[in-house]
Design a protein around this ligand. Structure first.
Ligand code: ZN
Length: 289
Protein backbone atom coordinates (compact mmCIF):
# COMPACT_ATOMS: atom_id res chain seq x y z
CA UNK A 1 0.00 0.00 0.00
CA UNK A 2 1.39 3.35 -1.07
CA UNK A 3 0.57 6.85 0.17
CA UNK A 4 -0.17 9.73 -2.13
CA UNK A 5 2.96 11.88 -1.80
CA UNK A 6 1.17 15.15 -1.11
CA UNK A 7 -1.41 14.02 1.47
CA UNK A 8 -1.06 15.91 4.76
CA UNK A 9 -0.73 13.76 7.87
CA UNK A 10 -2.21 14.78 11.20
CA UNK A 11 0.33 13.21 13.56
CA UNK A 12 -1.70 14.09 16.65
CA UNK A 13 -3.17 10.59 16.71
CA UNK A 14 0.14 8.85 17.45
CA UNK A 15 2.79 9.22 20.11
CA UNK A 16 6.40 8.16 19.98
CA UNK A 17 8.57 7.09 22.90
CA UNK A 18 12.31 6.58 22.81
CA UNK A 19 15.00 5.04 24.94
CA UNK A 20 12.77 2.82 27.05
CA UNK A 21 14.72 0.63 29.50
CA UNK A 22 13.48 -1.44 32.35
CA UNK A 23 15.31 -3.22 35.13
CA UNK A 24 16.57 -6.03 32.92
CA UNK A 25 17.14 -5.75 29.20
CA UNK A 26 18.53 -8.12 26.63
CA UNK A 27 21.80 -7.31 24.93
CA UNK A 28 22.04 -5.75 21.49
CA UNK A 29 21.20 -7.62 18.33
CA UNK A 30 18.21 -9.73 17.47
CA UNK A 31 18.82 -13.46 17.71
CA UNK A 32 17.42 -16.08 15.41
CA UNK A 33 15.05 -17.32 18.08
CA UNK A 34 13.60 -13.86 18.44
CA UNK A 35 13.19 -13.48 14.69
CA UNK A 36 11.32 -16.78 14.51
CA UNK A 37 9.16 -15.56 17.33
CA UNK A 38 8.44 -12.36 15.39
CA UNK A 39 7.50 -14.36 12.31
CA UNK A 40 5.07 -16.50 14.25
CA UNK A 41 3.55 -13.46 15.89
CA UNK A 42 2.97 -11.45 12.72
CA UNK A 43 -0.67 -10.44 12.67
CA UNK A 44 -1.24 -12.96 15.40
CA UNK A 45 -0.71 -10.67 18.31
CA UNK A 46 -3.40 -10.67 20.88
CA UNK A 47 -3.95 -10.28 24.56
CA UNK A 48 -2.56 -13.69 25.48
CA UNK A 49 1.10 -12.68 25.93
CA UNK A 50 0.06 -10.02 28.39
CA UNK A 51 -0.84 -12.64 30.95
CA UNK A 52 2.88 -13.17 31.44
CA UNK A 53 3.87 -9.52 31.47
CA UNK A 54 5.40 -7.95 34.53
CA UNK A 55 3.09 -5.47 36.21
CA UNK A 56 4.02 -2.15 37.64
CA UNK A 57 7.68 -1.95 36.60
CA UNK A 58 9.20 1.44 35.92
CA UNK A 59 10.28 2.15 32.37
CA UNK A 60 12.37 5.20 31.63
CA UNK A 61 11.53 6.59 28.23
CA UNK A 62 10.90 9.92 26.57
CA UNK A 63 8.12 11.27 24.44
CA UNK A 64 9.43 12.65 21.13
CA UNK A 65 7.70 14.64 18.40
CA UNK A 66 6.71 13.90 14.82
CA UNK A 67 8.06 16.98 13.07
CA UNK A 68 9.61 14.80 10.35
CA UNK A 69 6.28 13.24 9.35
CA UNK A 70 4.21 15.78 7.42
CA UNK A 71 3.26 14.20 4.12
CA UNK A 72 2.53 10.96 2.36
CA UNK A 73 6.01 11.10 0.85
CA UNK A 74 7.40 10.91 4.41
CA UNK A 75 5.09 7.97 5.11
CA UNK A 76 6.37 6.11 2.05
CA UNK A 77 9.96 6.57 3.26
CA UNK A 78 9.79 6.09 6.99
CA UNK A 79 8.17 3.38 9.09
CA UNK A 80 7.09 5.63 11.95
CA UNK A 81 5.64 8.19 9.55
CA UNK A 82 3.82 5.32 7.80
CA UNK A 83 2.22 4.33 11.11
CA UNK A 84 1.24 7.97 11.72
CA UNK A 85 -0.32 8.24 8.25
CA UNK A 86 -2.14 4.91 8.51
CA UNK A 87 -3.42 5.89 11.97
CA UNK A 88 -4.84 9.13 10.55
CA UNK A 89 -6.58 7.13 7.79
CA UNK A 90 -7.88 4.42 10.15
CA UNK A 91 -9.19 7.04 12.57
CA UNK A 92 -11.09 8.91 9.84
CA UNK A 93 -12.44 5.64 8.42
CA UNK A 94 -13.77 4.29 11.71
CA UNK A 95 -15.24 7.66 12.72
CA UNK A 96 -17.64 7.16 9.82
CA UNK A 97 -18.40 3.52 10.61
CA UNK A 98 -19.02 3.36 14.35
CA UNK A 99 -21.44 5.44 16.43
CA UNK A 100 -19.89 7.09 19.53
CA UNK A 101 -16.47 6.26 18.11
CA UNK A 102 -13.41 7.28 20.07
CA UNK A 103 -9.85 6.90 18.86
CA UNK A 104 -7.40 4.45 20.43
CA UNK A 105 -3.99 5.63 21.55
CA UNK A 106 -1.17 4.52 19.25
CA UNK A 107 2.21 4.31 20.94
CA UNK A 108 5.35 3.64 18.91
CA UNK A 109 8.24 2.75 21.17
CA UNK A 110 11.69 1.24 21.12
CA UNK A 111 13.09 -1.01 23.82
CA UNK A 112 10.37 -1.04 26.44
CA UNK A 113 7.50 1.12 27.57
CA UNK A 114 4.80 1.02 30.21
CA UNK A 115 1.17 0.22 29.43
CA UNK A 116 -1.89 -0.30 31.62
CA UNK A 117 -1.53 -3.99 30.68
CA UNK A 118 2.08 -4.26 31.86
CA UNK A 119 5.50 -3.57 30.37
CA UNK A 120 5.56 -3.64 26.59
CA UNK A 121 8.71 -4.98 24.96
CA UNK A 122 9.90 -6.58 21.75
CA UNK A 123 9.27 -10.00 23.29
CA UNK A 124 5.57 -9.22 23.52
CA UNK A 125 5.10 -7.93 19.99
CA UNK A 126 2.35 -5.55 18.84
CA UNK A 127 -0.77 -5.61 20.99
CA UNK A 128 -3.90 -3.73 21.97
CA UNK A 129 -4.41 -2.97 25.65
CA UNK A 130 -8.14 -2.63 26.42
CA UNK A 131 -7.51 -1.02 29.82
CA UNK A 132 -5.96 2.12 28.34
CA UNK A 133 -7.47 1.61 24.86
CA UNK A 134 -4.06 1.86 23.24
CA UNK A 135 -2.11 0.03 20.57
CA UNK A 136 1.58 -0.62 21.37
CA UNK A 137 3.99 -1.10 18.50
CA UNK A 138 7.70 -1.78 18.84
CA UNK A 139 9.39 0.01 15.98
CA UNK A 140 12.22 -2.53 15.75
CA UNK A 141 9.60 -5.22 15.05
CA UNK A 142 8.27 -3.12 12.21
CA UNK A 143 11.71 -2.64 10.71
CA UNK A 144 12.08 -6.43 10.80
CA UNK A 145 8.84 -6.82 8.89
CA UNK A 146 10.08 -4.44 6.25
CA UNK A 147 13.37 -6.31 5.95
CA UNK A 148 11.62 -9.68 5.71
CA UNK A 149 8.93 -8.72 3.24
CA UNK A 150 10.71 -6.13 1.12
CA UNK A 151 9.63 -2.55 0.62
CA UNK A 152 6.12 -3.02 -0.75
CA UNK A 153 5.16 -6.17 1.10
CA UNK A 154 6.70 -4.74 4.23
CA UNK A 155 4.61 -1.60 4.16
CA UNK A 156 1.44 -3.61 3.60
CA UNK A 157 2.28 -6.07 6.36
CA UNK A 158 3.02 -3.18 8.71
CA UNK A 159 -0.25 -1.45 7.97
CA UNK A 160 -2.15 -4.70 8.22
CA UNK A 161 -0.76 -5.29 11.72
CA UNK A 162 -1.87 -1.79 12.74
CA UNK A 163 -5.32 -2.26 11.15
CA UNK A 164 -5.71 -5.62 12.94
CA UNK A 165 -4.87 -4.08 16.32
CA UNK A 166 -7.23 -1.18 15.53
CA UNK A 167 -9.82 -3.87 14.88
CA UNK A 168 -9.47 -5.05 18.48
CA UNK A 169 -10.29 -1.51 19.59
CA UNK A 170 -13.39 -1.51 17.38
CA UNK A 171 -14.40 -4.83 18.95
CA UNK A 172 -14.15 -3.17 22.34
CA UNK A 173 -16.28 -0.21 21.21
CA UNK A 174 -19.03 -2.42 19.77
CA UNK A 175 -19.00 -4.71 22.82
CA UNK A 176 -17.70 -7.97 21.39
CA UNK A 177 -14.43 -7.84 23.34
CA UNK A 178 -16.29 -8.27 26.62
CA UNK A 179 -17.68 -11.68 25.79
CA UNK A 180 -14.52 -13.10 24.30
CA UNK A 181 -12.74 -14.26 27.44
CA UNK A 182 -9.33 -15.88 27.33
CA UNK A 183 -10.46 -19.22 25.99
CA UNK A 184 -8.82 -21.49 23.44
CA UNK A 185 -10.29 -23.80 20.84
CA UNK A 186 -11.55 -23.80 17.27
CA UNK A 187 -14.75 -21.86 18.00
CA UNK A 188 -13.59 -20.05 21.14
CA UNK A 189 -14.15 -16.38 21.89
CA UNK A 190 -10.43 -15.77 21.26
CA UNK A 191 -10.63 -17.15 17.74
CA UNK A 192 -13.83 -15.21 17.00
CA UNK A 193 -12.20 -12.02 18.27
CA UNK A 194 -9.07 -12.47 16.16
CA UNK A 195 -11.06 -13.28 13.02
CA UNK A 196 -13.19 -10.20 13.65
CA UNK A 197 -10.02 -8.09 13.82
CA UNK A 198 -8.85 -9.60 10.52
CA UNK A 199 -12.26 -8.80 8.99
CA UNK A 200 -12.18 -5.19 10.27
CA UNK A 201 -8.68 -4.81 8.82
CA UNK A 202 -9.95 -6.03 5.45
CA UNK A 203 -12.85 -3.55 5.61
CA UNK A 204 -10.43 -0.64 6.02
CA UNK A 205 -8.16 -1.89 3.21
CA UNK A 206 -11.18 -1.92 0.89
CA UNK A 207 -11.98 1.76 1.48
CA UNK A 208 -8.51 3.03 2.34
CA UNK A 209 -8.05 4.72 -1.03
CA UNK A 210 -11.19 6.84 -0.48
CA UNK A 211 -10.30 8.14 3.00
CA UNK A 212 -8.95 11.66 2.51
CA UNK A 213 -7.23 14.44 4.47
CA UNK A 214 -8.91 17.78 5.23
CA UNK A 215 -8.11 19.06 1.72
CA UNK A 216 -9.65 16.03 0.04
CA UNK A 217 -6.46 14.22 -0.93
CA UNK A 218 -6.80 10.45 -0.35
CA UNK A 219 -4.20 9.00 2.00
CA UNK A 220 -3.55 5.81 0.06
CA UNK A 221 -3.46 4.79 -3.57
CA UNK A 222 -5.85 2.02 -4.63
CA UNK A 223 -4.62 -1.36 -3.48
CA UNK A 224 -3.48 -3.68 -6.25
CA UNK A 225 -4.44 -7.33 -6.70
CA UNK A 226 -0.81 -8.23 -6.07
CA UNK A 227 -0.96 -6.43 -2.74
CA UNK A 228 -4.14 -8.25 -1.80
CA UNK A 229 -2.37 -11.50 -2.64
CA UNK A 230 0.48 -10.42 -0.34
CA UNK A 231 -2.02 -9.76 2.43
CA UNK A 232 -3.52 -13.20 1.88
CA UNK A 233 -0.06 -14.74 2.14
CA UNK A 234 0.60 -12.87 5.35
CA UNK A 235 -2.74 -13.98 6.79
CA UNK A 236 -1.98 -17.58 5.85
CA UNK A 237 1.41 -17.62 7.57
CA UNK A 238 -0.16 -16.63 10.89
CA UNK A 239 -2.91 -19.24 11.00
CA UNK A 240 -2.76 -21.38 14.12
CA UNK A 241 -2.51 -24.57 12.05
CA UNK A 242 0.40 -23.21 10.00
CA UNK A 243 2.26 -21.99 13.09
CA UNK A 244 1.86 -25.36 14.80
CA UNK A 245 3.11 -27.17 11.70
CA UNK A 246 6.10 -24.85 11.42
CA UNK A 247 6.94 -25.54 15.05
CA UNK A 248 6.85 -29.29 14.38
CA UNK A 249 3.73 -29.74 16.46
CA UNK A 250 0.59 -31.72 15.82
CA UNK A 251 -2.22 -29.42 14.66
CA UNK A 252 -4.47 -29.25 17.68
CA UNK A 253 -7.70 -27.27 17.18
CA UNK A 254 -8.34 -27.27 20.93
CA UNK A 255 -5.35 -24.97 21.34
CA UNK A 256 -6.33 -22.50 18.62
CA UNK A 257 -6.40 -18.85 19.64
CA UNK A 258 -6.44 -17.06 16.26
CA UNK A 259 -7.99 -19.40 13.70
CA UNK A 260 -6.60 -21.36 10.79
CA UNK A 261 -4.83 -19.92 7.76
CA UNK A 262 -7.95 -20.51 5.67
CA UNK A 263 -10.17 -18.78 8.24
CA UNK A 264 -7.91 -15.75 8.58
CA UNK A 265 -7.77 -15.31 4.82
CA UNK A 266 -11.50 -15.79 4.43
CA UNK A 267 -12.46 -13.28 7.14
CA UNK A 268 -10.01 -10.72 5.79
CA UNK A 269 -11.67 -11.15 2.39
CA UNK A 270 -15.14 -10.94 3.93
CA UNK A 271 -14.28 -7.54 5.34
CA UNK A 272 -12.57 -6.50 2.14
CA UNK A 273 -15.54 -7.43 -0.02
CA UNK A 274 -18.50 -6.65 2.24
CA UNK A 275 -17.37 -4.08 4.80
CA UNK A 276 -17.49 -4.04 8.60
CA UNK A 277 -21.16 -4.97 8.99
CA UNK A 278 -20.26 -8.44 7.65
CA UNK A 279 -17.73 -8.99 10.47
CA UNK A 280 -20.14 -10.64 12.90
CA UNK A 281 -17.86 -13.52 13.85
CA UNK A 282 -19.70 -13.94 17.16
CA UNK A 283 -23.04 -14.37 15.38
CA UNK A 284 -22.21 -17.35 13.18
CA UNK A 285 -22.32 -21.03 14.22
CA UNK A 286 -19.00 -22.84 14.58
CA UNK A 287 -19.52 -24.51 11.20
CA UNK A 288 -19.52 -21.12 9.46
CA UNK A 289 -16.66 -19.60 11.41
ZN1 ZN B 1 -5.17 -9.92 17.40
Amino acid sequence: MTFNDNVRIDTGKVSRRRGGRGGAIAGGGIGVAVLLFFASQLLGIDLTPLAGMAQGGTVQDQEVGFEDCETGADANENTECRMAGASDSLDRYWTEQVGNYRAPGVILYDGQTSSACGTASAAVGPFYCPSDESIYLDTAFFETLRADYGASGGSLAQMYVLAHEWGHHISKLVGSLNGAGNSRGADSGSVRLELQADCFAGAWVKDASTVADDRGTPFLKPVSQAQIADAMDAAATVGDDHIMEQAGQRVNPDAFTHGTSEQRQRWFLTGYQQGPTACGTFDVPASEL
